[in-house]
Ligand binder design. Sequence first.
Ligand code: ARG
Length: 398
Amino acid sequence: MGKAVLAYTGALDNLICIHWLRTVKNMKVVTFSGNFGQPEYLEEVGERALEAGAISAHIADMRERFLTDFCYSALRAGARYESGYVLSSALSRPPLAQELVRVAREEGCTVIAHGCRGIGNDQVRLESYLSTLAPDIKIVAPLFELGLKTPEDDEGYARRWNLPRATNRQAKYNVDQNLWGVALQLGPKADPWMEPPDDTYIMTRRISDAPDKPTYVDIGFEAGLPVSLDGERTGTMEMVAALNRLGAQYAVGRLDVIEDRISGLKAREIYEAPAAHLLHQAHTALEELTLDKDIFQFRDVTARRYADLVYRGKWFTPFREALDAWFDVIEKPVVGTVKLKLLGGTSLVVGRQSPHSLYRSEMLSYDGDVEKTSRRRKPGSESEPGSRPPSTRPGGPA
Ligand code: ARG
């Protein structure tokens, strides 16, 4: 009798996985549930796994590591996929895979199982991570093996085997929530013409319910990473939680897009990511002020590639490490503060300041002075406005 570790969220489809692994595959099942900031109370989720016949239920608080090592790296890289998806789901898969492998080793499991159905991005990512980290462990997707494709199929299985039924919300939407954002799928048949019903969104208020008086928030950065809110040094979790609350209140951070999946199919995707939206917006605004032109423009290319590699499940690759090394260098001068103004459904950058600002007001004018200045300059005597000789780069060679 072998032993399997199951990536477990507590949803009905996961109970089906436990049931199938035990009764059909005749395996002992241990579960792993990570707290990435989803609303479910994981002790209860663990209890349910034990009731369903798991022999042990592992729970880990992943929040700090998920934000610091994964979300903040992507933030520093400006990584947003296509029309602005902040990759909240995609970024949670590499640490999830690491933990599944850790538990599998600890418990002596020969199988890692997960509740993906063989039709989407999540499965591609998780399986590619697991096979990179633990090529010797077999990966099993029970729902795929069973041919269960929809929540209705799950209901049928649950009825047949007398398993507890799903709640309405679970059945209606496919929700994947963590501290970096929530992904909401209206269903595979969602018509791109149809406006999402009001109850689709779960984090943010309706725009019509947002306060009509604006509010301001100052976000401070060091080396491209957020470190303070309104002048106060703020830890990662506290920062993200506070900005999620604020953004949600002002109905900021909603996204409704058609997205190119890994498979090449286009899908309708709905996201809410108030904190990640505000942080990316502020971060880019500070880069505009502090990065010189060539770097700023090339950083766009690298940001796209970073987003793409996260999306395609390529975190554990030399390419990601090389891109991070590039951002280690270019983000050094991204230091300073950005002031955002929030009002009914939007956020605007209204101020930015930096000790490494490349903005030279004394050289700017609207009546041709810039031209005069540059014509007077002897060739090679001084750098162009908006660039800096590499030797003065903060932290660079002296
Ligand atoms: N389209 C997004 C992505 O591929 C969201 C996936 C959400 N997953 C889910 N099980 N609801 O990253």
